[in-house]
Design a protein around this ligand. Sequence first.
Ligand code: SAM
Length: 228
Amino acid sequence: MSLDAEGPRAPSREVIQADARLWLAENAADPLDAVVTSLPDVSELPELGPGLEGWKRWFVETAAQVLRWTAPGMPCLFFQSDIRHHGQWVDKAYLVQRAAELVGATLVFHKIVCRHAPGTLTQGRPSYSHLLAFSSGEPVIPKKPSADVLPDAGEMPWSRAMGTRACEAACRFLLNETRAKRVVDPFCGKGTVLAVANALGLSALGVELSAKRCRAARKLDAAALLST
Ligand SMILES: C[S@@+](CC[C@H](N)C(=O)[O-])C[C@H]1O[C@@H](n2cnc3c(N)ncnc32)[C@H](O)[C@@H]1O
């Protein structure tokens, strides 16, 4: 919570129903905005055509746009889960790294987030996700070490959610290592990152195409989820 003349001010949350790419093109980042986001999977974007090629192009272009949007010196974090698509493994960390190379962003860290205990056999989605942080301009260099492997993603309020423990690790990094005041998630879904950011004292802004998910994102309370 921050203080002003009228006393403590609760962190704000704003959720905008819009196409993220148009919104990013029309709205500049505040210098103290950090990004924590999770780009949609191929299964969520059937309009990009059958197969992976159209979606992969969209994914890399969109990740590059998000990285370019983030103010220099502020971090931009991606939480992404690989998929097996008709037997083909899709490494989304590689796709995000391709975008980072295109825009000249530096990798600050790459963490593995376990979705299931190591050693668990899974069908479909692999048992881990990636949490990658980038910055451009003056590099963000963490002063304190933090775990490279998160043993538990935490609660997932819905199937495509970022786990609450992963959100917490992302937000604590912002609080401990950067001057970020607000977390922006341009693909906010049901708002897990926004809710965790608020619970830890950061303001949050989300953009989401689905009206129903926007409504959920305005209401989600992560304090209870984080305490479990
Ligand atoms: C992986 S989910 C995000 C999950 C979110 N981090 C959470 O924890 O709830 C991706 C979201 O992007 C949304 N989406 C897809 N295309 C979009 C677009 N063009 N603009 C904004 N949101 C979009 C989907 O509706 C979906 O909710």
